[in-house]
Design a protein around this ligand. Structure first.
Ligand SMILES: CC(C)(COP(=O)(O)OP(=O)(O)OC[C@H]1O[C@@H](n2cnc3c(N)ncnc32)[C@H](O)[C@@H]1OP(=O)(O)O)[C@@H](O)C(=O)NCCC(=O)NCCS
Length: 356
């Protein structure tokens, strides 16, 4: 009788001086640019489910092959096992596969000297066996972020969780290492500061912009996402210079809201753009404070007219602008943007204007 053997794999969380080792898949792999813990298939004998000793042997072999770290004398601790399911389309036929993953933890003592080398193992054709291009050590916070926060994949331009699904079960792992989540700063409304950003705040502006365009409100912003991902430090700094400025809202040292304004040189009017407040801080008057602060700054700079462009369905921003006297200048325009999948999409928006 034919039995369907479940393919078993191991993944190894190597923890060293407080950080985990993750390997980055190359652009030709099935999951380009994703990161994952080292690991691979277990050699199963006689078509039987693996034993703990087979799994540990696989841990030693795979870690050596993929990172050149020798772990045979270190404590190899089993964390848990779980199944993952995935689909592969080959010759237009969709097939579903299952993998049983055994997750292990190796806590490498601080005193050890570690040198990581990836992409050293080649197959018979001389090609890379592991399809890894790079490696990095990431903190538990960064590990959590890699599987909870969507980012833009630099290879495909699509949104993705950078941690590969084979490594994304990290809850138990973090419990074992006694990770405790840093307390999120929580501000009372009167503790929130709103002020003009300096160009040295460019990283916070970048953080807020990227958060906005990958948030559930992404459709409110008509920007070329890939281009923003590729902007240099100088490009970001430039947005707080001359006839452009950024207003940021802060809770302690964490930026939580943003607004941008730039002057249209030829016609001597200003544009408000990129207003955004983190979900959990919305409806507390922060958007209004950012808006007001931009208005005051434009007045200070001698502005005579302000315009803003709104997605046709953006009632929140519409109400906010209207409450300061902005009027819709009944002109609908069609805007073409390149979306995550590089398709052209079209949406309508209207322009509102205020004479100062
Ligand atoms: C628009 C945005 C910045 C407002 O921020 P906020 O901090 O929640 O706004 P505030 O609490 O200061 O509210 C200011 C005004 O906005 C309007 N508003 C805010 N939330 C609203 C909602 N859910 N429904 C209707 N109007 C709303 C109201 O006019 C409100 O004034 P009020 O409280 O006196 O009624 C926020 O909703 C956001 O980030 N939205 C997603 C991104 C976006 O659309 N950006 C604009 C792109 S042009």
């Amino acid at each position: 009788m034919k039995t369907n053997l479940t393919v078993e794999t191991i993944r190894v969380a190597l923890l060293y001086r407080g950080k985990f080792l993750v390997l980055q898949k190359d652009v030709n792999s099935k999951n380009p640019s994703a990161i994952e813990f080292p690991g691979g298939k277990i050699k199963q004998t006689n078509n039987k489910p693996s034993l703990l000793k087979d799994q540990k042997n696989a841990v030693i072999t795979e870690v050596e092959e993929e990172t050149k770290i020798d772990v045979k004398n270190l404590k190899i601790e089993k964390v848990e096992e779980y199944e993952i399911f995935f689909e592969v389309i080959k010759y237009n036929v969709k097939k579903q596969y299952k993998r049983l993953v055994h997750l292990f933890l190796i806590n490498i003592p601080n005193r050890e000297k570690i040198t990581v080398k990836v992409n050293q193992t080649k197959n018979e054709k001389g090609e890379s066996e592991d399809k890894h291009t790079d490696f990095k050590w990431i903190s538990p916070d960064e590990l959590i972020e890699s599987c909870t926060k969507l980012t833009i994949n630099q290879t495909t331009g699509e949104r993705f969780y950078s941690l590969s699904r084979n490594s994304r079960r990290i809850k138990k792992l973090l419990q074992i290492i006694n990770y405790s989540k840093p307390k999120k700063q929580n501000c009372m409304e009167n503790e929130i500061r709103v002020n003009l950003a300096s160009e040295d705040d460019w990283q916070d502006y970048k953080k807020m912009r990227l958060a906005a365009i990958t948030s559930k409100d992404a459709k409110m912003f008509g920007f070329n996402l890939k281009k923003e991902m590729e902007m240099s430090e100088e490009d970001w700094r430039e947005l707080s210079r001359g006839n452009k400025f950024v207003v940021l809202a802060w809770c302690g040292t964490e930026s939580i809201g943003v607004g941008f304004a730039n002057e249209n040189a030829e016609k001597n009017y200003w544009w408000f753009r990129s207003g955004y407040v983190f979900d959990e801080y919305q409806r507390k008057g922060i958007g209004r404070r950012i808006f007001k602060s931009r208005l005051e700054e434009v007045k200070k700079r001698g502005g005579k007219k302000i315009r803003l462009g709104l997605n046709g369905c953006n009632d929140r921003s519409y109400n906010l602008a209207q409450s300061y006297g902005f009027k819709k200048i009944c002109k609908w325009e069609q805007l073409k943007i390149y979306s995550f999948r590089n398709l052209i999409s079209i949406f309508f928006y209207h322009i509102m204007e205020l004479d100062l």
